[in-house]
Ligand binder design. Structure first.
Ligand code: SAM
Length: 301
């Protein structure tokens, strides 16, 4: 397997008569040490079924195939799929899919889920990890959806925009703390492994990137009575950050709870009228969600 350096990519793209497509977030990682860091951070073993979204030319895929039990890799671009297929020909534990990994913003494509399900079913000790240099335009849906997917990931190691990584690890009262922070933190521990400048990619993106490591905490996740409800509720109450929490809850619950009912719930939690969603830590957000859910179980965003 040739190394994915800039000169290798330039040559292969020239031979195929193709250009990197910005609309698909095609920024290829050309720093070989960082490729290795991503794979090392995922701590792969034969137990692991890896999902990679964005095969690209297959550089990370090949590294992961050496250590994982199975790799399911998905690539939307037909030319890159063809290029990677040649390079991954001898990797017997790699399943390549040529399609959009997502059915829509909220769901993975059924074929991706079926392929993962089949790989995981081969042995009950197998566990799912996502390891990917994610296309920026779908990074949030990919990571968010995997946290509510039927196959719970054990670990996710991904290259994403630095700003998105900062939102995942943000603490209450900070400008980056929001629905994504609460959604990730209610079930996992996230670390930023490395911040990376644009120059480690070809072509370089406009922004800095980060490698994040999101480790699932099953016990914490099991404390969330209704994951879907919590996810939707935090999205709703962080929609208008300038507004007070009360106004956001009232707006979200419009057809389900009266203003008086919302006020009564906030009062039982000693939340003042000028409280803002970003001041609530994850346990308080969970508590609020449960009180709302008790009164409006049928609510949906
Ligand atoms: N894995 C390669 C690497 O590390 O250099 C490529 C990473 S590049 C940032 C992202 C890749 O994801 C591109 O090859 C792009 O075509 C692919 N891609 C973009 N959107 C996708 C989607 N919705 N489903 C599957 N692949 C997608």
């Amino acid at each position: 397997m040739p190394s994915q350096t800039k000169s290798f990519l330039l040559q292969r793209f020239r031979e195929m008569g193709i250009q990197p497509a910005t609309r698909h977030g095609q920024n290829f990682l050309i720093d070989l040490n960082l490729q290795q860091l991503i794979v090392d951070s995922a701590d792969l073993s034969a137990q692991d079924v890896v999902l990679e979204v964005g095969t690209g030319t297959g550089a990370l895929t090949a590294l992961m195939a050496q250590r994982a039990g199975a790799v399911v890799t998905v690539e939307i671009d037909g030319h890159l799929f063809e290029l990677a297929s040649e390079l991954l020909l001898d990797c017997d534990n790699v399943t390549m899919l040529q399609q959009d990994a997502l059915k829509n913003k909220n769901t993975f494509a059924p074929q991706v889920l079926d392929t993962l399900g089949a790989a995981l079913a081969q042995d009950p000790s197998r566990r799912l990890k996502l390891v990917a240099n994610l296309p920026y335009n779908v990074a949030t849906p990919v990571l968010s959806n995997l946290l509510s997917c039927p196959y719970v990931p054990h670990l996710m190691v991904a290259t994403i925009q630095k700003e998105l990584a900062e939102r995942m690890v943000a603490a209450p009262w900070s400008k980056d703390y929001g629905a994504l922070s609460a959604w990730v933190q209610c079930q996992a521990d996230t670390d930023i492994v490395r911040i990376m400048p644009p120059s480690v990619f070809w072509p370089p993106p406009k922004v800095e990137s980060a490698i994040v490591r999101i480790a699932m905490d099953r016990a914490r996740r099991d404390q969330v009575p209704d994951l879907r409800y919590f996810h939707q509720f935090v999205k709703a109450i962080f929609i208008h950050r300038r507004k007070f929490l009360r106004a956001n809850v009232v707006a979200a619950m419009k057809k389900f709870l009266s203003k008086a009912e919302v006020d009564a719930i906030l009062a039982t939690m000693n939340l003042p009228p000028d409280a803002r969603a970003e001041q609530l830590d994850v346990p308080t957000l969970l508590q609020l969600t449960e009180r709302i859910r008790a009164e409006a179980p049928e609510w949906t965003l």
